[in-house]
Design a protein around this ligand. Structure first.
Ligand code: GAL
Length: 825
């Protein structure tokens, strides 16, 4: 008893020593040399993961950090989102999800370090890359270049953030968790179009950073011109080939993309964990010492925060923690195994000298050795299709194609990037078990003339660009004009004409005489041609232009126009005769009158209860519901709706657009992890809505009645809407008796902690077909498979069964026998 208490105390003490500075609040000196970051003078390996504070809720943060810590991370990285914090010039918001100070403190409480990438341009699939749109309208201001007006605003905001960090004591030197800061973001990718002014801006940004006296190193990612002491770091799917631009900068990787983001109308990208682990292992094999997963938890683009155009509300990213915060297996677990094997050789990797030995074509052994004899080794096979067996120090090792083995003692391979010993998890989405349906549906039609008679309507004798006009106060801009037509007009054709609108997007609704007649959307500048019917005399042509996330990447991205900007808008009739409406007097209004009324005086908003409309454009819906019981994540399934916004208890859960489906033939499963990954490589979800379920954070729900409000633009079926719960309760594991190398194969199942295996949904020893969630019995099947698995696993948190012919009574025999299992936790 006494000794176990002692042991616990020693473990706690060593944990405290390891994270002493972060958790204990003792000042820590962060420096670096050409090899690594030095924490209190000691070289370190740092494994970090991106979690962006506005993409989850403060209630979710501690759980996410705990899972990051359990997953073997040392640090959490986040950007700072300027336009969220300063939506209007000098009006700041650091509340709720935007309370980054609270976020960083929670990182520290979890025993983790923090890396803060201030930017304040961040890209990040975030609206306008994080830059406030009000910058756009400051006369003479040019963004991300040597321009005094921009530099003044950027310096003001950056200084404010650094001041807040210091005031809260969050720098490592103050006993806080922050060990690194970043200025700008990937400027090197776009610098050349900015010419000399770009170079001057880069140097200015470095000076600004250094002037703030932060006592931790500054980084500039993807910036090979970073002026020392700014450290340039690498972003990408692979960074083993990267070398920093100075011999005093360590080799650091700020963005290892764990998957990719989604666009409405696109498929779901998946990056296989075998490939991520391969890339990470290659990075450390080639001298890397700090690596950050972008994203470790992607989360949700709530409200209008998604960049674009067309980036989805879900920012799941196929990250190790899924949108809801559940461990995505085997990704999370396999990377955890990788981290612990890398940590075993931290000293050798940071203090040892490296020797590479070629063991064959694309087969390399890297040996790290310190003077005191501490060593660590990597064996890599970079061939993307051919497995190999190598001999190293007289021992044979099997190296699957595109894999790296880690040998912390240079003898025993404790990890191979292609051998995943973690079961696969699947989520199940269930109807709310408490059976509460949405009730008390009400509706309201967003009428065109309410908008055109609103007090803030204003005229202009031309077509206006949308971003400069709305200044991002809304996605919506109304354009309306009156046109007199008669039977004498050359285009007349009995009033059967086409309205041709040249627009810079992103989506467009067309109304003639206040009736909705058409909808279109597209990328870049595109043309919508809508057959319409005009009457003799005056006709009102109204166009509602809708942005779907402002562009966030590229040189001069901030200048990409939106809306109908320069047109033309034309009526096209018989014999192609046209009438140009471009220079007419147009009336404008930013935003939806309905939304203003609903926000300003919800009590007097005219909700109707009778005759709930279906397939109705520009319609508001409201319904009440009870929060689903339990603690599992909640989503609202909007698969029956078209395009719009959803609010739960007044909180905007994001843009929805289930009508926009992924292409039929761009999916590439089954997916082979071998070979260089790109976002189009392993995709799913073809011919389905890119996103039909929208995350509703638990903390936004209350006991008793809750309210859902939808604004539907194109038409949908509200009765199809339902709340569902998301469970990470399904597990799969499979293994083969031969062909996968030299080890004895095991099928291993492991439930999330505190849960046990409640049923075996599928078990087959033989040649089972398909993949997790869709396994099928093949031509050879041992009938006792199910009972053997049930006996070994039911009621347990985890179990292992070996793939052995002696244990299963199978009448058939194949050169390779496999066991596949799906279980429920
Ligand atoms: C990088 C950028 C990140 C993010 C990523 C893609 O270029 O620095 O902010 O946009 O691409 O997810």
């Amino acid at each position: 008893m006494a000794s176990s208490v002692l042991r616990v105390a020693i473990v706690l003490l060593s944990v405290a020593v390891f994270f002493g500075v972060a958790a204990g609040g003792k000042p820590l000196v962060v420096s670096h040399d050409g090899r690594s970051l030095l924490l209190d003078g000691r070289r370190r390996i740092i494994i970090s993961g991106s979690i962006h504070y506005p993409r989850s809720t403060p209630e979710m943060w501690p759980g996410l950090f705990q899972k990051a810590k359990e997953g073997g991370l040392d640090a959490i990285e986040t950007y700072i989102f300027w336009n969220a914090h300063e939506p209007e010039r000098r009006q700041y918001n650091f509340e709720g999800r935007l309370d980054f100070i609270k976020f960083v403190k929670a990182v520290q409480q979890a025993g983790l370090y923090a890396i803060i990438r201030i930017g304040p341009y961040v890209c990040a699939e975030w609206n306008y890359g994080g830059l406030p749109v009000w910058l756009h309208n400051i006369p003479g201001l040019q963004m991300r270049t040597n321009n005094a007006a921009f530099e003044y605003e950027m310096a003001t905001f950056t200084r404010k953030i650094v001041y807040m960090i210091k005031e809260a004591g969050l720098l490592a030197s103050q006993g806080g968790p922050i060990i690194l800061l970043q200025i700008e973001n990937e400027y090197g990718n776009v610098i050349s179009p900015y010419g000399n002014a770009g170079k001057a801006y880069l140097n200015w940004a470095a000076k600004l950073a250094l002037s703030m006296n932060v006592s931790v190193p500054w980084i500039m990612c993807q910036e090979s011109d970073a002026p020392p002491p700014m450290i340039n770091t690498c972003n990408g799917f692979y960074c083993d080939q990267f070398e920093p631009n100075s011999s005093t900068s360590p080799k650091m990787w700020t963005e290892n993309w764990t998957g990719w983001f989604k666009n409405y109308g696109g498929t779901h990208p998946h990056r296989p964990v075998e490939d991520i682990a391969y890339a990470v292992a290659r990075f450390f094999q080639t001298g890397g010492t700090l690596q950050n997963y972008y994203m470790y938890h992607g989360g949700t683009n709530f409200d209008r925060s998604a960049g674009g155009p067309f980036i989805t509300t879900s920012y799941d990213y196929d990250a190790p923690l899924d949108e809801y915060g559940y461990a995505r297996q085997p990704k999370w677990g396999h990377l955890k195994d990788l981290h612990s094997s890398l940590k075993m050789m931290e000293k050798a990797l940071t203090y040892g000298t490296r020797q590479n030995i070629t063991l064959g074509d694309q087969l390399v052994a890297s040996i790290y050795k310190t003077e005191d004899g501490t060593s660590g080794c990597f064996l890599s096979n970079t061939n993307d299709s051919v497995d190999a067996t190598v001999t190293f120090n007289g021992i044979k090792y099997f190296l699957p194609a595109w894999s790296v083995s880690i040998l912390p003692d240079c003898k025993n391979a404790v990890f191979n990037s292609a051998k995943v010993n973690v079961p696969t998890s699947l989520i199940s989405v269930k109807e709310d078990a408490s059976g509460h349906a949405l009730r008390n549906w009400q509706w309201h039609k967003e009428l065109v003339f309410y908008n055109l008679r609103a007090p803030d309507v204003f005229p202009a004798q031309k077509l206006l660009e949308q971003i400069s006009t709305t200044v991002d106060h809304s996605d919506y801009l109304w354009y309306s004009t009156g046109v007199h037509v008669s039977e004498e007009d050359p285009f007349w054709n009995n009033g059967q004409v086409v309205l041709r609108v040249n627009t810079s997007g992103h989506a467009l609704h067309i109304f003639v005489n206040h009736v909705h007649v058409g909808f279109g959307y597209g990328r870049g500048t595109f043309v919508v041609e809508q057959p319409v019917e005009l009457k003799p005399g005056k006709n009102y042509i109204t166009l509602l232009s809708v942005t779907v996330g402002l562009q966030n990447y590229g040189a001069f991205f901030d200048l990409a126009p939106a809306g109908i900007s320069s047109g033309p808008v034309e009526i096209v009739g018989q014999n192609n005769a046209t009438k140009d409406l471009t220079s007419k007097l147009w009336m404008y209004k930013t935003g939806l009158k309905g939304l203003e009324d609903l926000s300003n005086s919800p009590e007097t908003f005219r909700w109707r209860t009778k005759g709930l409309p279906r397939n109705s454009s520009l319609t508001w819906y409201k319904a009440e519901f009870e929060a689903p019981e339990g603690e599992d994540a909640v989503v609202v399934d909007l698969g029956s709706m078209g395009k719009g916004y959803a609010w739960v208890n007044g909180k905007n859960i994001g843009r929805y657009w289930p009508l926009y489906t992924a292409p039929k033939n761009e999916c590439s499963t089954p997916c082979d992890y071998k070979g260089a990954y790109g976002p189009s490589k392993c995709t799913t979800g073809c011919d389905e809505p890119t996103q039909r379920r929208y995350h509703v954070p638990r903390s936004w729900l209350q006991e008793g009645s809750n309210t859902l409000v939808l604004f539907e633009e194109v038409g949908g079926e509200p009765s199809g809407v339902s709340f569902k719960t998301v469970h990470n309760d399904r597990l799969c594991s499979s293994a083969s008796s031969k062909g996968s190398g030299d080890d004895k194969q095991l099928v291993h199942l492991q439930c999330p902690s505190g849960r046990t295996i409640s049923s075996i949904k599928f078990a087959s020893f033989g040649d089972p077909q398909g993949s997790c969630g869709a396994f099928k019995i093949g031509s050879c099947h041992a009938p006792d498979s199910q009972s053997i698995l049930e006996k070994a696993c039911l009621g347990r948190e985890s179990c292992s069964v070996s793939v052995s012919e002696e244990d299963f009574k199978s009448s058939c025999r194949l050169p390779t026998m496999s066991l596949a299992v799906e279980a429920l936790c």
